[in-house]
Design a protein around this ligand. Structure first.
Ligand code: FES
Length: 163
C-alpha cells in the first residue's frame, strides 16, 4: 500500500466509491457515547493500514462546524473546524492507551481513568501525561472525502501538558 501522501485524487475517489463496511463500532464501545457511535453509517468510513477515508456528508455529527465524532475502530477523533477544514486527533489515550471515546463538548474524555482533553487535543485534566496526537487530515471538498493519515507524526503543541 502506498503512503497517504502519494495517494492521488483518483485513488481517494476510487476508495471512496468502494467504501467497505464501517468498522466504527468495536466490541469495546460500552464506555463510548452511544449517540455518537451509532450515528456513523456503514458506508461512511474506509480504514486502511495508512489512512482513514471518511465521506463527511454521511456523518450528521460532522456537518456543523465544531461537530465531532469518534471512530473507535480507527482510533481517530474528527472535529470539523470550518466548512472545509477538519482536525483529526488520535483517540489513543496517552495515559494507558484506552480509547478516548466520550465527546462532552467542549471536552473529549477517556472513560478509563477520566483524562480530559479539549478539541485541539490539549490535555485539560486527569492522569494523561500529554495531549492527544494530532493527525494529518486532508479534505477533498469536491469529493467530500476527508483523508486522515493514521500514523502521521504529532504536531508540536506548546500547552499539550497543561493541567
Ligand atoms: S487510559 Fe485514559 S485516562 Fe487512563
Amino acid at each position: 500500500m502506498r503512503s497517504v501522501s502519494s495517494l492521488t485524487r483518483r485513488d481517494v475517489l476510487g476508495m471512496a466509491a468502494a467504501l467497505l463496511p464501517v468498522i466504527a463500532c468495536t466490541p469495546d464501545v460500552t464506555t463510548a457515547a452511544p449517540s455518537v457511535i451509532d450515528a456513523i453509517p456503514d458506508d461512511a468510513v474506509v480504514i486502511t493500514n495508512d489512512a482513514v477515508l471518511v465521506r463527511v456528508e454521511r456523518i450528521p455529527a460532522l456537518r456543523p462546524v465544531d461537530g465531532a465524532v469518534v471512530l473507535l475502530a480507527a482510533r481517530v477523533i474528527l472535529i470539523r473546524t470550518g466548512m472545509e477544514t477538519f482536525r483529526a486527533l488520535s483517540a489513543e489515550c496517552p495515559h494507558s492507551g484506552c480509547g478516548v471515546s466520550v465527546i462532552d463538548k467542549p471536552r473529549l474524555i477517556c472513560p478509563c481513568h477520566g483524562s480530559e482533553f479539549d478539541f485541539r487535543g490539549d490535555r485539560l485534566a486527569g492522569p494523561a501525561p500529554t495531549g492527544l496526537r494530532v493527525l494529518r487530515a486532508d479534505f477533498d471538498a469536491a469529493a467530500g472525502v476527508l483523508q486522515v493519515a493514521r500514523s502521521s507524526a504529532p504536531q508540536l503543541r506548546p500547552n499539550s501538558s497543561r493541567a
